[in-house]
Design a protein around this ligand. Structure first.
Ligand code: COI
Length: 366
């Protein structure tokens, strides 16, 4: 269980000897894309066995010095989160459900035998960095500051056991759209050869290893002309689980909305959870239930399946227009964004940006 932070926890503000010049920053944030541009601050907190969390700093972003025997480099004890700071209509910034990221971070930590970080320290670290880097807010429509909290084992030790020293960091990246614009919907490749997560494995944890294992199937999807890979379950190779880096939803002509259940092999997305709540509020028949690839194809071909979309912090809500696999391909609906997909996306984005009422208390102003 995560405990509450000591109210006296202070982040030492380290001086920044060479902040990025205004003109350079303006150039970098004009069209940042996703994950390519980084701000010039970061948060670092350390954990030592017997001492707990200590040395909280907010300072200049700089390279890390790591012992070549650091446990993360050998046994991959690493977890991360992704969340965004949004610009509200009044010009201030806000985070969206950051405590959910903090909670999931600690669930990942437990699975990877790592120490839990008090949720309010997690949120405070993210908050302080977003505020320090507020001038990096991108100029593109729909832009945000993408915050990347992560933790890794940096104890130099080659025995296989949980490390005794960790670093928690938050870095920040001005971000535009995750997918290149131009296409109204993305196209996805069903991986025949690879699965993402097996029962009892780390599928529900946000750990680097899951993403490392998705790179070959994702590269295969790209090589075949698609945007993302979608994985089937490892046991039966039948049920649709999730995409390389996002959850998936299906919408039917009878008003049903379906997403795969959280059985331990699927990442519990914050966007997924928010959309489930919004769709239920709208009176839709929302179900978390298994859905097979065969059914997916049959429903798309018969017209019962009218929409399909991917969702995640980075992807927001992205329509899926085309699905291809070893057995051929099929189109969903018109192949472009459907009504429900667009409506849910608009509702979510409006709440995130303070343009719609925040009935759930999801928006945390900075
Ligand atoms: C996110 O949506 O924040 C993720 O971590 C997924 C990754 C593909 C960028």
């Amino acid at each position: 269980m995560a405990t509450l932070a000591d109210p006296n926890t202070q982040f030492t503000q380290l001086p920044h000897p060479s902040p990025v010049a205004d003109a350079d920053r303006e150039r970098l944030i004009a069209d940042p894309g996703f994950g390519k541009v980084f701000t010039d601050h970061m948060v670092v907190i350390e954990w030592t066995e017997g001492q707990g969390w200590h040395s909280h700093t907010l300072g200049p972003r700089e390279p890390l010095s790591l012992d070549p025997a650091a446990a993360v480099l050998h046994y991959a004890q690493e977890i991360f989160e992704g969340l965004k700071a949004y610009r509200l209509d009044d010009g201030t910034m806000a985070l969206f459900r950051p405590e959910e990221n903090a909670r999931r971070f600690n669930a990942s930590a437990r699975r990877l035998a790592m120490p839990e970080l008090p949720e309010d320290v997690f949120v405070e670290a993210v908050r302080q960095l977003a505020l320090a880097d507020r001038d990096w807010f991108p100029k593109v429509p729909g832009g945000s500051l993408y915050l990347r909290p992560f933790m890794f084992a940096d104890e130099p030790f080659l025995g296989v056991r949980p490390a005794k020293h960790y670093k928690f960091l938050v870095i920040c990246s001005p971000a535009g759209n995750y997918f290149k614009s131009g296409s109204p919907a993305v196209s996805i490749w069903v991986s025949g050869a690879y699965t993402r997560a097996a029962p009892g494995g780390t599928g529900a944890a946000k750990c680097g290893g899951n993403y490392a294992a998705s790179l070959v199937p994702q590269a295969e999807a790209i090589a075949r002309g698609h945007d993302q890979v979608v994985f089937l379950d490892a046991a039966e190779h039948k049920w649709v689980e999730e995409l390389g880096g996002m959850n998936v939803f299906f919408a039917f002509d009878d008003g049903r909305v379906v997403t795969p259940p959280l059985t331990g092999t699927i990442l519990p997305g914050v966007t997924r959870d928010s959309l489930l709540k919004l769709a239920r509020e709208d009176g839709l028949d929302v179900r978390e239930e298994r859905y097979s690839l065969d059914q997916w194809r049959a429903d798309a071909e018969s017209g019962k399946l009218v929409e399909c979309f991917a969702c995640g912090t980075a992807a927001v809500v992205t329509p899926i227009g085309r699905v291809a696999g070893e057995d051929g391909e099929f189109t969903i609906g018109s192949g472009g964004p459907g009504q429900l997909t667009s409506k849910l996306r608009e509702r979510l984005v409006a709440i995130q940006r303070g343009a719609a009422e925040d009935r759930h208390g999801w928006v945390v102003r900075l």
